[in-house]
Design a protein. Structure first.
Length: 328
């Protein structure tokens, strides 16, 4: 005899599968929100502007650099545009830090924490290196962000600190000399130009290659502009985070579906009692022991095991329930 509790259990288990199927039918996974997309647009536009106006100043001894400076209206105009772009990039950095702080402390979002480097990232980098040389046969499995994405992310903070700090010294040389001494000017000039050259080389050689020129996305990866990633590619590139999404769907179904089933059961209780009077079979011991006890929190719908046969499933449900809030 199939009891109401058995039907509730099957509903809770099958519901995540339906949610996962609906997710696959959408064909896209939301990866970046509107704030992240705006911040990236500000970052890459100011970076390109700084590179286009800064490199000619560093290599002004070459004819091409002199031609670029002259074409843009002269050295004063180039320096003005360079400084406006630099201030805009600093504003973008403040915008991003404010966004992170609000999201973690007020919005209780855990997504920013996924960018924190972990020991697994070092192991993933070593495994990927060995994979490229054919020494291992399996690629590392990434979560929401890979080790390269984390490196790119934290390199921006490093670059803004070094290039931005030295740029402020060069922008206000008199004030900086009063505070740090006259020797800070040549140090700032070297740090500013060399670190900027390193950043330009990394972005155009490494970042552009693995983000936009990889075979899976060639010739252009639009995810940072649309905020969405095709589901089939996300499952391949970030399998651990896709598994997390499935666990979240299971946990939500376990928490919500039994409550709906219990509410329906209470509304139809008279009909169920009338039907039980015509049932020639007595209720099974499992059904008798599985009825929710309002005075016992452990027997409430969506909580611990309700029936005698759920001993093996109870730890799994508890694990789903105890996980933190879904990363934003």
């Amino acid at each position: 005899m199939t009891t109401r509790v058995d039907r509730m259990q099957r509903t809770a288990i099958l519901a995540p599968t339906k949610q996962t199927q609906s997710l696959e039918q959408e064909q896209y996974v939301k990866r970046f929100d509107v704030h992240q997309r705006i911040q990236h647009i500000l970052m890459f536009t100011t970076f390109l502007t700084l590179a286009f106006t800064g490199l000619p100043q560093k290599t002004s001894m070459f004819g091409v650099s002199a031609w670029i400076i002259t074409s843009l209206g002269g050295l004063e105009i180039v320096q003005l545009v360079h400084r406006i772009a630099a201030v805009t990039m600093l504003f973008d950095g403040v915008y991003h830090i404010t966004y992170l702080t609000y999201g973690v402390l007020i919005g209780r979002k855990l997504q920013p924490l996924a960018m924190i480097p972990m020991p697994k990232d070092l192991r993933d980098g070593i495994q990927m290196f060995l994979y490229y040389f054919g020494l291992v046969h399996e690629r590392p499995k990434f979560g929401k962000f890979s080790y390269l994405e984390k490196f790119d992310y934290w390199a921006v903070f490093w670059g803004i600190a070094i290039i931005g700090g030295s740029g402020l010294v060069l922008m206000f040389p008199v004030e900086a000399s009063k505070v740090f001494g006259g020797g800070v000017i040549p140090i700032a000039l070297t740090a500013h130009s060399d670190e900027a050259l390193l950043a330009v080389g990394w972005i155009f050689i490494v970042h552009f290659f693995y983000v936009h020129l990889a075979p899976a996305v060639f010739p252009f990866n639009s995810s940072i502009f649309t905020g969405k990633v095709p589901l089939h590619r996300y499952k391949e590139e970030h399998p651990l985070d896709y598994e997390r999404m499935q666990r979240v769907a299971v946990r939500k179904a376990i928490q919500t579906e039994p409550e709906k089933a219990d509410t329906t059961g209470k509304e139809q209780q008279p009909a169920a009692m009338a039907a039980s009077q015509t049932d020639p079979l007595p209720p099974s011991p499992q059904a008798a022991s599985s009825q929710p006890d309002e005075g016992n929190p452990a027997s409430a719908p969506g909580g611990q095991a309700l029936g005698a046969g759920e001993g093996k499933e109870a730890p799994a449900r508890q694990e789903h329930h105890s996980e933190g809030k879904e990363p934003g």
